[in-house]
Design a protein around this ligand. Sequence first.
Ligand SMILES: Cc1cc2nc3c(=O)[nH]c(=O)nc-3n(C[C@H](O)[C@H](O)[C@H](O)COP(=O)(O)O)c2cc1C
Length: 331
Amino acid sequence: MKHKIDFKINRLLSIAPMMDHTDKHFRYFMRLLSKHAVLYTEMITTGALIHGDRQRFLDFNYVEYPLAIQLGGSNPDDLAVCAKMAEDEGYDEVNLNIGCPSDRVQNGQFGACLMSNKNLVADCVNKIQSLIKIPVTIKTRIGIDDLDSYEFLYDFIKTTHEAGCDIFIIHARKAILSGLSPKENRDIPPLNYERVHKLKQDFPTLNITINGGFTELDEIKTQLEHVDGVMVGRAAYQNPFMLVEADKVLFENSGATPTRTDILNEYRDYVAEQVQQGERIKNLTRHVIGLYQGQPGARKYRQLLSAAVPRDKNNIQFLDETIQSISSYSP
Ligand SMILES: Cc1cc2nc3c(=O)[nH]c(=O)nc-3n(C[C@H](O)[C@H](O)[C@H](O)COP(=O)(O)O)c2cc1C
């Protein structure tokens, strides 16, 4: 178990689980921008944890706390075993993916399609919660296909809450399970924030986080008048610096606000350490491409980071030169 800082999780702001994005390096970078946001792993399937390289999947850095693992699966026993592994490793929360619409996930009978089987999800919650002390939470949609009435969502939340889940993250659009790609399913079905607000009114004791389409601090603040937390996905990747201001305002941080270059310099030291341990520099630098979004020099910065690492340069020198270049344009 990792060294644990003991503090109660504040769920005002969280960074969404994103496959191929929210690996441990990205989460480290996020923590430099926000000291408080709850961070989520990519979805990890029960099969991967039980049969795959468990240590690699579970690995994280203690600075990432507060940190949740997201599991994908639908077998209550397998989920419980994996949840226990996560708790023993030091995670703060186990989150169930009941929102992913991909074909691969549907073939495995988990993700968003589980919304139509609330009793199975309730069994999963019950089984997991009987084995671990950290909370099990659910990330879901407002509906699937034509199961998209408020009553359907209400029943799903009620049943899974009665099984032991008190914390929900709701992506405020339904999923369409055939005919749309996962990417289209994040854009095409319309957002319906009011439905999530109503859920909070009907279940005032539950902790409800809203997700979907937030890019600005003002929108986040407005949502917090209706729900307990806001989860940000793509914007954290595309314009990560927005989190510095969000963190300062939402958590009333009194310290000096870091500049983009301060953050990049801090990340540089982590990169140097990881490269020394054998990690490929591209696996680290790909996460910081959006840092100067909208700033002078951003285009050149992105080009430098996206270019191949020249053979005649040792790895960290490549990043140092990029930092030198961008800091001549933007702080
Ligand atoms: C590249 C990518 C990968 C994603 N992977 C996951 C995932 O593993 N688990 C999950 O619950 N949601 C996943 N999502 C959905 C996000 O968590 C989030 O619900 C969605 O992007 C809407 O939030 P946003 O508008 O703030 O991006 C992914 C989204 C993106 C863009």
